[in-house]
Ligand binder design. Structure first.
Ligand SMILES: C[S@@+](CC[C@H](N)C(=O)[O-])C[C@H]1O[C@@H](n2cnc3c(N)ncnc32)[C@H](O)[C@@H]1O
Length: 260
């Protein structure tokens, strides 16, 4: 009897330890090949301004126009406020911007609010009417495929009917069919946040490398080792890390590549 009690206690303790350390264990199992760096490494605009001996803050270059979505307003597929600030700050010095995956248009709107007056933003997305074209491939994660369906629900966006809409060109098109050849070496900033299945992340990334101009930046969203829906994003980025200098930005799910 005592023997069974000891086994039971050991087993419940083990379950408890595993539950408490779930995130640490996941990190060990799903080891990232991508180096995590401080935000300052991405661009000089993020180097902090020393205001006083005990106070540092953002430089003028990283002061942005912003808005928040009220908790409870169930908009799907958004970036965190910290990630949104990073993208907004980079938009301030980007004349030509491309986004894979519009969803509600939250990030697109922030790009339009913060980019120079004559900037152009192209954003590619699937609406409810495009979903019939979508097919799952062998290597594609099923949860990521289901998320695409759940996130392709918008036909109007947060920026619709605002004065910023004229900077934005929305393309309702499957990125697998998108012809990047007219845009080779033209974009300053590319945000990859479309379908998170392997075939789509690979397609969007390969097209982005071709469309990026000298010194331009590609950002990937949802690099979260261990998260089921982000599995294919992590797998693809890890797979190209030998040939491309890609970094993960600490405290975010963003990775970046700079064309220099
Ligand atoms: C995670 S949401 C994008 C979130 C948005 N970037 C933001 O920051 O608010 C994913 C979007 O990618 C789009 N998408 C998924 N697969 C796509 C594909 N193959 N071609 C074009 N758009 C795709 C979906 O329709 C959805 O709008």
């Amino acid at each position: 009897m005592i023997f069974y009690l000891i086994i039971f206690l050991l087993f419940t303790n083990l379950i408890l330890i595993l539950t408490i350390n779930k995130n640490k264990i996941k990190k060990l199992i799903y080891k990232s090949k991508i180096k995590s760096v401080n935000l300052e490494k991405l661009d000089n605009i993020f180097i902090n301004n020393r205001i006083d001996k005990n106070l540092y803050g953002p430089k003028h270059d990283a002061i942005v126009k912003n808005f928040c979505i009220v908790p409870g307003n169930n908009i799907v597929g958004m970036t965190s406020d910290y990630e949104a600030w990073i993208i907004s700050s980079l938009s301030k010095k980007s004349d030509n911007i491309f986004e894979f995956g519009t969803c509600s248009g939250k990030t697109t709107f922030l790009m339009a609010l913060n980019s120079p007056k004559n900037a152009n933003i192209t954003t590619l997305t699937l609406g409810p009417k495009n979903l019939s074209e979508l097919k799952i491939s062998k290597l594609d994660n099923k949860v990521s495929f289901r998320n695409i369906v759940n996130e392709s629900i918008y036909e109007k966006f947060l920026f619709s009917d605002t004065e910023y809409e004229n900077k934005i060109n929305v393309l309702f098109e499957n990125s697998l069919n998108f012809d990047e050849n007219k845009h080779i070496g033209t974009f300053d900033l590319i945000f990859i946040d479309g379908g998170h299945t392997y075939s789509i992340v690979k397609n969007d990334s390969e097209k982005s490398f071709r469309m990026l101009r000298q010194n331009g930046i590609i950002l990937w969203h949802d690099f979260v080792p261990g998260k089921e829906s982000a599995k294919n994003v992590v797998k693809y980025i890890n797979s190209i890390s030998k040939d491309k200098k890609i970094f993960h930005i600490k405290n975010t799910s963003l990775c970046y590549y700079r064309n220099n």
